[in-house]
Design a protein around this ligand. Structure first.
Ligand code: SAM
Length: 241
């Protein structure tokens, strides 16, 4: 992977914490699925940095004619994704990539949908713009790109509000799930709240909501929209015309 900061240990830590640390994860997955039209017959989708494979598995289950190309830079994440897909794994192709590379961005056929959750912020601004252009080119006309990710607040107040909201949501999820604050305390101890970090981070490079929307529109996506936002996390989409 281009960035040595994300290791297999980071993957294991994320798998342990993700249930607590991803705001409204269940609503996020439903929102993303609701933006993917049912295809007329067989179709191919791509999940960029699929992680443990929850979204890939949900797409395979919800759309029985869909095949999913699930890509990630972590071997253990790809193995977890294959397991998560269960019997639907026959419609799954999981492959190792570096998100910054471009070779993987030319799929074997035009794509019905591209999704990515909590990963595109690993690229800097120019890297995101190149990726958006490559995704647009890889989609078939009418194909949709749905991105869930962290964003960069523009003001100190925005950063404080995002950080407070992320802590509060993680506390809530820990209490709702386990009846204890253990999951939240690990989230704090392991410095997962990006908005609490003192300065630029070598791994996480979120961009502002307005930049992301402008870049998507500038790439040629149509119907670019912001569907959900909580605790510095957003879901956006655009369609190739
Ligand atoms: C925060 S996790 C998100 C995973 C999943 N999409 C989710 O929403 O739970 C980030 C993912 O990006 C992957 N990743 C990090 N840096 C990468 C890189 N340079 N190339 C490819 N994958 C990378 C990690 O292995 C991890 O699965």
């Amino acid at each position: 992977m281009s960035d040595p900061v994300w290791t297999e240990d980071t993957s294991a830590a994320f798998r342990d914490l993700a249930h607590y640390a991803v705001p409204e994860r269940e609503l996020q997955v439903e929102t993303i699925l609701s933006l993917i039209p049912q295809p007329d017959g067989a179709a191919l989708a791509m999940d960029i940095c699929c992680g443990a494979g929850g979204l890939t598995a949900a797409m395979l289950e919800r759309i029985p004619t869909l095949r999913v190309l699930a890509l990630d830079g972590s071997q253990s994440m790809l193995e977890t994704t294959r397991t998560a897909a269960g019997r639907d794994a026959e419609r799954l192709d999981a492959a190792l990539i570096d998100i910054a590379d471009t070779a993987w961005r030319t799929p074997p056929e035009p794509l019905h949908a591209v999704v990515s959750s909590l990963a595109i912020h690993h690229l800097d601004g120019p890297g995101k713009q190149r990726l958006f252009a490559d995704i647009h080119a890889a989609l078939k006309p009418g194909g949709v790109f749905v991105m869930a990710d962290l964003v960069e607040p523009v003001t100190a107040a925005g950063r404080r509000i995002a950080g407070d909201a992320w802590d509060a949501e993680t506390r809530r999820r820990a209490l709702d799930t386990d009846g204890t604050l253990g999951g939240y305390e690990r989230f704090v101890a392991e410095d997962w709240n990006y908005y609490r970090l003192p300065g630029p981070d070598p791994l996480d490079k979120p961009s502002s909501v307005t930049d992301l929307l402008d870049w998507l529109r500038g790439t040629g996506f149509q119907g670019v929209d912001l569907h959900w936002m909580k605790a510095g996390h957003v879901i956006m989409s655009g369609v190739r015309g």
